[in-house]
Design a protein around this ligand. Structure first.
Ligand code: CA
Ligand code: CA
Ligand code: CA
Length: 188
């Protein structure tokens, strides 16, 4: 007579805390245009310019994916310059059914010299490629602060996919940094 709805906890399909090298590939398509501040995995150094820009602390452990991990002599020394930089996950084989999600911690930081041409973007590459998350820049100061986000990738069920993170200083020079940590794919 009574139906008890039991919440099925999400099952982890794949996860990476970025603490060890697991075959992330920078510039996987060979089409990146950025000249500095390229995505890499490592222990990030903090930069500040009107507030925190590159965060020196990861969400888990001491490593993350970051747009040029070194601080350099000034905040503009190793921020993203000149266009798009991208980094791609190892292949992830998705279950053939269920609600599939990718979750990640991330930040985008930029100076007031940014614009909506700049972005932080998450793509899924399988049989097709789609943008599943995006934060555009703006002509205002945005400080780096870790946030957690999730995107539904159920459309890719049964496929082997790769997750790609992109950041761009795309039109006019902007101070721009991005970071990613704790990438996880779950099935529910
Ligand atoms: Ca980490
Ligand atoms: Ca940097
Ligand atoms: Ca720049």
């Amino acid at each position: 007579m009574w139906t008890i709805a039991t919440a099925v906890p999400p099952q982890t399909v794949w996860s990476d805390d970025l603490e060890s090298a697991t075959a992330w590939t920078a510039n996987p398509s060979g089409t990146d245009t950025a000249t500095l501040g390229l995505w890499e995995r490592g222990d990030p150094e903090a930069t500040t310019s009107s507030g925190n820009k590159q965060l020196g602390t990861a969400v888990s452990g001491s490593n993350d994916l970051v747009t040029g991990r070194l601080a350099g002599a000034s905040a503009g020394a190793y921020d993203v310059d000149g266009g798009i930089t991208s980094i791609q996950s190892p292949p992830v084989t998705l279950p053939s059914s269920g609600v599939l999600r990718v979750s990640f911690s991330w930040y985008l930081a930029h100076g007031s010299n940014s614009s909506s041409a700049d972005f932080f973007r998450v793509k899924v590459v399988g049989g097709t490629t789609s943008t599943v998350f995006q934060q555009l820049g703006a002509a205002s100061d945005r400080d780096g602060a870790w946030a957690a986000s999730t995107a539904d990738i159920s459309a890719y069920a049964g496929q082997t996919v790769r997750i790609v993170f992109e950041a761009a200083d795309a039109s006019g020079a902007s101070l721009l940094e991005a970071g990613v940590d704790d990438v996880k794919v779950t099935r529910q």
